[in-house]
Design a protein around this ligand. Structure first.
Ligand SMILES: [Zn+2]
Ligand SMILES: [Zn+2]
Length: 95
């Protein structure tokens, strides 16, 4: 899968991983699920790594916040546009 560069509408940083946006919202969708473990992760991969390392039982639970899902989608769209606009050669710089 090709990664596309984006520019964050919140902090103006370049990124190519959706995780960047999730971090701004502290939107951790993947809880560990092991009894007594309260850790939550941004991506499935992170959770899997954690569970493998700690021998914690893996669940398939995903926390969904529809409002945040919408917001993240919107941000990604904006971020793509922002990056493209900046990368494009300036039309008329001189007066
Ligand atoms: Zn950012
Ligand atoms: Zn755990």
């Amino acid at each position: 899968m090709a990664t596309s560069r984006m520019m964050c509408p919140i902090c103006a940083e370049d990124f190519d991983d959706v995780r960047h946006v999730l971090k701004h919202f502290r939107y951790r969708r993947f809880p560990c699920g092991h009894q007594g473990c309260t850790l939550e992760f941004y991506t499935k991969v992170e959770r899997t790594t954690h569970c493998t390392q700690t021998n914690h039982r893996k669940t398939f639970r995903i926390i969904r916040v529809p409002y945040l899902d919408k917001l993240v989608k919107l941000m990604i769209k904006d971020a793509r546009r922002l990056f493209k606009r900046r990368a494009a050669p300036p039309a008329a710089v001189r007066p």
